[in-house]
Design a protein around this ligand. Structure first.
Ligand code: OGA
Ligand code: NI
Length: 364
């Protein structure tokens, strides 16, 4: 039903591209006037509120993958990666080769942007009919609850998808930091892609051959402190529409939680690591063997938290569907239909973030 809505608006020539989202106030700005306020629009329904207490599952840890071992084709590490993708949909990578300085510069550039006066940031604001820029996405109704978060979404690869109208070009060092970071992350994502190709029964170039040049988009998240973190969500439960996502999170502040075997557990930060999660596109290509897991972010009372999610995606016109190597009529029948990537991503942007509801469109 949702898809019809998107298609109708696309046919009318509106919202061409990936989609649109209603404009909402900046929560960071609201709090500048009253740091204790928790406006009604942000208070989640009781069933959706996070339980902020001693986590009972504290001992459960997202698997850690040593990237340098993958480079050496260490069979044990490759097996760990396979298991992490099957059982967790999440892993943290260490020794990934992105120099610390590049990550530090990227975090500093993001922090400098969010610290700019609102008027300055507004020069990069997204319009209601676009999803790139400063503001918020996935807001489709005036009635829906809002996330305790401001964001900035920029497309970074291929080069021609960069739209500098949304970049704070007068902020010293910002462009350079994003360019360097996105280039380094692309190297890491190429290696992940090569490993996943092999694990899914192809050679190292299998996914590239099938999908062509990948797109990359960067979402910078600013989660202000909240006087009642038990009532709000930093980012609502969702799975990512990407092939996979690489998240650079704060080195100290917990916030990211993933749904593992029906319980929410913390993805505790490991300094200088990157959190990687399987997105919907790999779930579809792997015929459901690798899973895009629901995750969310919670806020806290003490310190604002920032994170940078880099989404690696197929090209808009590419058809995605279960790979031949992942389908077996008898033991592993097809669970997803084929879909053009842009149709998938438009469907995702047309809905509130609501767990995996947006994946229904491709399930058989
Ligand atoms: C995202 C996301 C989690 C975080 O941006 O898609 O899941 O911890 N972010 O910021
Ligand atoms: Ni996400």
């Amino acid at each position: 039903m949702e898809l019809k809505v998107v298609k109708a608006s696309v046919e009318k020539g509106e919202g061409l591209g990936w989609g649109k989202s209603l404009l909402v106030p900046s929560i960071q700005e609201i709090l500048k006037n009253d740091s204790k306020s928790v406006p009604e629009r942000y208070i989640q329904e009781p069933k959706d509120r996070p339980l902020i207490s001693q986590n009972l599952f504290d001992s459960l840890q997202v698997p850690v993958i040593d990237f340098s071992m993958l480079a050496q084709k260490d069979a044990n590490e490759i097996r760990k990666l396979d298991l992490a993708c099957k059982e967790w949909g999440f892993f943290q990578i260490i020794n990934h080769g992105v120099r610390e300085e590049i990550m530090v510069n990227m975090k500093a550039a993001m922090a400098a942007f969010f610290e700019l006066p609102f008027q300055e940031k507004s020069k990069c604001a997204k319009g209601a009919n676009e999803i790139q820029g400063y503001g918020q996405n996935f807001v489709v109704s005036e009635k829906q609850k809002l996330d305790w978060c401001d964001m900035m979404f920029l497309k970074t690869f291929p080069h021609e998808t960069r739209n500098f109208k949304f970049w704070p070009l007068t902020l010293p060092g910002f462009k350079e930091a994003v360019e360097e970071y996105s280039t380094e992350i692309r190297k890491v994502s190429n290696k992940i892609d090569a490993n996943l190709s092999v694990l899914m029964g192809m050679d190292e170039n299998g996914l590239k051959r099938k999908l062509g040049e990948f797109q990359q988009g960067i979402r910078m998240n600013y989660y202000p402190t909240c006087s009642r973190p038990d009532l709000v969500l930093g980012i609502s439960p969702h799975s990512d529409g990407s092939l996979f996502t690489l998240l650079l999170q704060d080195d100290e502040i917990n916030g990211l939680q993933i749904k593992h075997k029906e319980v929410w557990i913390d993805a505790k930060p490991i300094p200088n690591s990157l959190v990687v999660n399987i997105g919907d596109a790999i779930e579809i290509l792997s015929n459901g063997i690798y899973k895009s897991i629901e995750h969310r972010a919670i806020s806290n009372e003490k310190k604002p938290r920032m994170s940078i999610a880099t989404f690696v995606m197929p090209g808009d016109e590419v058809q995605i569907g279960p790979l031949d190597s992942m389908v077996n009529e008898k033991h592993l029948p097809r669970s997803y239909r084929n879909i053009k990537y842009i149709d998938y991503i438009r469907q995702k942007f047309a809905m509130k973030m609501q767990g995996k509801a947006h994946t229904a469109i491709v399930k058989l």
